[in-house]
Design a protein around this ligand. Structure first.
Ligand code: NAD
Length: 256
């Protein structure tokens, strides 16, 4: 379905981003990977699916590095047809204790980076009259939790950005949508589970059950493969008129 297209996925060296990159590669898309840590293994995993993969290590908190990454993608593949804004970080603290440096980093990486990649990707998408922007927001783009002021503000911001750009592109073949996962068992969430177990003096398994029980009625994690499947759907012709949506995949979290 996506043969000949190029997908750039930010924060795709692990977790949700890597799974979405692989799901798009399975449909034939060439991939630009980004993120910290080891890039050789993720690149090899994508290439094993029979597509071309490139890696750019831009720090999503640095606009000039984002510009360099977008130029790099265009130079290697001509243009970016599918942009997945996925890079994200978390920090948990009450607002009065929230380190201002963590606030700035979360807003920069989880929200402002999507503004930069989007503004740089849209012109070529408009010219081709086809494009997909998929923003990985969160259930926290729709509802809040205590101690996550920066993350909730950034993710609500991502949902707003999604709607605004979807309206600006509404008469074109470019669609812009957000995906709002509930709990997904990745490094980002494992850290919160481990911190909770240590703080409350309970086992990791108990902390995991408590975490799910608090928010996610299905009591099951959303999987990275399920999120990859939704991203593929949003790239399909069936999704041509899905525009400006914040699509939850959260085991019922935001139905409550
Ligand atoms: P993860 O920690 O496994 O992956 C995060 C990715 O972002 C990694 O590749 C990391 O290297 C990259 N990254 C971090 N800071 C970066 C920076 N400054 N520049 C470039 N790359 C950077 O986490 P994940 O759970 O896969 O999270 C992916 C996205 O999904 C995030 O936006 C997160 O907010 C969102 N999300 C996750 C969950 C969940 O339960 N795991 C739920 C809802 C939304």
């Amino acid at each position: 379905m996506l043969k000949g297209k190029t997908a750039l996925v930010t924060g795709s060296t692990s977790g949700i981003g890597l799974a979405i990159a692989k799901s798009l590669a399975q449909q034939g898309a060439n991939i630009v990977l980004n993120g910290f840590g080891d890039s050789a293994a993720p690149k090899a995993e994508v290439e094993a699916l029979g597509v071309r993969a490139e890696y750019h290590g831009a720090d999503m908190s640095k606009p000039e590095q984002i510009e360099d990454m977008m130029k790099f993608a265009a130079s290697r593949f001509g243009r970016v047809d599918i942009l997945v804004n996925n890079a994200g970080i978390q920090h948990v603290a009450k607002v009065e204790d929230f380190p201002t440096e963590r606030w700035d980093a979360i807003i920069a990486i989880n929200l402002t980076s999507a503004f930069h990649t989007t503004r740089l990707a849209i012109p070529a998408m408009r010219e081709a009259n086809w494009g997909r922007v998929i923003n990985i927001a969160s259930a926290h783009g729709l509802v809040a939790s205590a101690q996550k002021s920066a993350y909730v503000a950034a993710k609500h911001g991502v949902v707003g950005l999604t709607k605004a750009v979807a309206l600006e592109t509404a008469t074109t073949g470019v669609t812009v949508n957000a995906i709002c996962p509930g709990w997904v068992l990745t490094a980002l969430v494992q850290k919160q589970i481990d911190d909770r177990a240590a703080r409350e003096g309970i086992t990791v398994a108990q902390a995991q059950n408590d975490l799910l029980g608090e928010k996610q009625p299905s009591l099951q994690f959303t999987t990275v493969e399920q999120l990859g499947g939704l991203a593929v759907f949003l790239c399909s012709p069936a999704a041509d008129q899905v525009r400006g949506q914040a699509w939850a995949m959260d085991g019922g979290w935001t139905a409550q």
